[in-house]
Design a protein around this ligand. Structure first.
Ligand code: CP
Ligand code: NVA
Length: 306
């Protein structure tokens, strides 16, 4: 008998563009139906392993499971036997006997891959140092709700090139839009990612000057200057100051441009209060959309169809 492959959600590049589109369509449909819609995950359980702090990812996955009729179990790496040396492979094998999917947030991307390799249930990447794919599903949903289809549009990232930037880059390839990146040379995407951009001919351009980068942009995005696991905070602050998203920078983008940030924001650092609380900011719609996007992702992983 043919068994269906397990649907992991580790990086956007590993999921067919039409499946990603299907997930977004389903997320939007479920958002429209509200909290009392269908309960397709009745009787299903999600294990959520957090090795790093979280507000949005933790709460949105938990609430998404409840609203879809399922349940979530919150675990921390330290309190599990993982923290005392049980291997990731054995943890994957054991959890696969209890739960229907595993969502994990930890720094090392290879550990998520290892978990996915040995799990017989879907594994969802809740953020690693290399990517944050669930976030960008919510971000694309938010962009499209405010401005229409993202395909062919222009998004500018100004700031540190981190895990969130990497998933934006992956999204530019999957959803076919242009991504302009303004960052200090020392904090640009990794050589490996640049090689992939060149090989796949992704519409990504790099800028030294954030004002040049935002010219003609439909959306300006940034994130913290110091991500979880980053060192040399002072050096990063000094390098990144010119890339702050402030009112002056937003004025240089298209008049209808929106501002996005995955949150948590460090007000007065990567973004000013004026932009965060200003008319172009959609950051709280974006945070809300984590819930709706998680539902689409969970349904795709667990239902075997978007
Ligand atoms: N944006 C995001 O992932 O937020 P949390 O760290 O609060 O989950
Ligand atoms: N780039 C940030 C995102 C937090 C949601 C970090 O990794 O800390």
């Amino acid at each position: 008998m043919m068994t269906k492959p397990v649907r992991h959600f580790v990086d956007l590049t590993e999921i067919a563009a039409e499946d990603l589109r299907g997930i977004l369509d389903n997320s939007l449909a479920m958002k429209k139906r509200g909290r009392n819609g269908a309960r397709p995950l009745e009787g299903r359980t999600l294990a959520m392993i957090f090795d790093k702090p979280s507000t949005r990812t933790r709460v949105s996955f938990d609430v998404a499971m409840r609203q879809l009729g399922g349940e979530a179990i919150f675990l921390t790496g330290k309190e599990m036997q993982l923290g005392r040396g049980e291997t990731i492979a054995d943890t994957a094998r054991v959890l696969s006997r209890y739960v229907d999917a595993i969502m994990i947030r930890l720094l090392e991307h290879d550990d998520v891959r290892e978990l996915a390799r040995h799990a017989t249930v879907p594994v969802i990447n809740g953020l690693t140092r290399l990517s944050h794919p669930c976030q960008i599903m919510a971000d694309v949903l938010t962009f499209e709700e405010h401005l229409g289809p993202i395909t062919g549009r222009t998004v500018t990232w100004s700031g540190d090139c981190n895990n969130v930037t990497a998933s934006w880059i992956h999204a530019a390839e999957r959803f076919d839009f242009s991504l302009r990146i303004a960052a200090p040379r020392e904090l640009r995407p990794s050589r490996e990612l640049i090689d992939w951009i060149e090989r796949e001919k992704v519409k990504v351009s790099l800028f030294d000057d954030p004002f040049e980068a935002v010219d003609g942009s439909d959306c300006v995005v940034t994130d913290t200057w110091v991500s979880m696991g980053d060192e040399e905070a002072e050096r990063r602050h000094n390098l990144l100051k010119p890339y702050q998203v402030n009112e002056r920078l937003m004025k240089a983008a298209n008049p209808q441009a929106i501002f996005m940030h995955c949150l948590p924001a460090h007000r007065g650092e990567e973004v000013t209060d004026g932009v965060m609380d200003g008319p172009q900011s959609v950051v709280f719609d974006e945070a809300e959309n984590r819930l709706h996007a998680q539902k689409g992702i969970l349904a795709w992983c667990l239902e075997g169809g978007a």
